[in-house]
Design a protein around this ligand. Structure first.
Ligand SMILES: [Fe+2]
Ligand SMILES: [Fe+2]
Length: 259
């Protein structure tokens, strides 16, 4: 079994609140009897893309397993690269591949520098195609990015979703190894269908945004800061995916295993 913990939309803003929530989630993961094989944070790491915000993120997103980070629309590729990847600043897409036992995770950069909506660039499609070509026939693949490729009844993020989903849909539909597409951006945990596969959107660590039926009038942003942070576990066992949404109580009890 491969166990992946997906966090999203931490929005580090140099304040205490979002930092404490991210630290709480990381502490929960560190205390698990069985550690995840990998932790992935699907974008909007920082709130304004500032260097200091990434320094705060670097201090909080620490684990004894790999922590993979991909950019969202609130992120700045250059500052992210400098602080979190310890590389020279560059605005090329940040695409990554992570291989665990029989599972390949492909992380695609769907951000557009300076814009809120998403796009998969030509070089990002080439990265995905190469990663799939280098993946064994009997492996499972998960594709992760920030922007959902379809509308999900969110008045806030639907207008700034992925703008070029067609080619990705063809690839996802045509490759039996791809089990699901994972995204963030919506600040709500949900499942939908994309190209005949599950599209799993992780809730945000920092806040919850209500969907269409919580929107009172055009322009209203139904944002709720009260709910606890939440994450999604993805377990891949014998080629089958199980995804479980897990809220983490703030200031609470780190659960003792029940005897
Ligand atoms: Fe966000
Ligand atoms: Fe976003």
């Amino acid at each position: 079994m491969v166990l992946l913990a997906q966090l999203s939309d931490t929005h580090f803003d140099m304040g205490a609140r979002n930092n404490e929530r991210a630290e709480r989630v990381m502490a929960f993961l560190a205390e698990l009897p069985q550690r995840p094989d990998v932790i992935v944070v699907t974008g909007d790491i920082a709130d304004e893309g500032e260097i200091e915000e990434y320094q705060q993120a670097r201090a909080a997103l620490v684990a004894d397993v790999p922590v993979l980070i991909l950019p969202g629309n609130h992120d700045d590729r250059g500052n992210m690269r400098t602080v979190l990847f310890e590389e020279a600043s560059s605005y090329e897409p940040i695409n990554q591949v992570f291989r665990a036992d029989e599972v390949t995770l492909v992380l695609l950069d769907s951000s557009i520098p300076g814009k809120a909506e998403g796009l998969l660039a030509e070089e990002t499609f080439e990265f995905l195609t190469t990663a799939l070509a280098e993946t064994a026939e009997d492996e499972s693949v998960l594709v992760a990015m920030h922007h959902p490729p379809i509308p999900v009844q969110s008045t806030v993020t639907d207008p700034i979703r992925l703008t070029n989903p067609e080619r990705l849909a063809e690839i996802v539909a045509g490759d039996d190894r791809i089990l699901a597409v994972l995204t963030g951006h919506v600040h709500a945990g949900l499942m939908a269908q994309f190209a005949g596969k599950p599209l799993i959107v992780a809730p945000s660590v920092s806040s919850t945004i209500g969907c269409e039926w919580e929107t009172a009038r055009p322009g209203h942003v139904p944002i709720d800061f009260a709910p606890d942070p939440s994450l999604v576990f993805h377990s891949i066992k014998d080629g089958a995916l199980l995804s479980m949404f897990r809220p983490i109580a703030m200031g609470g009890w780190l659960g003792e295993p029940l005897d």
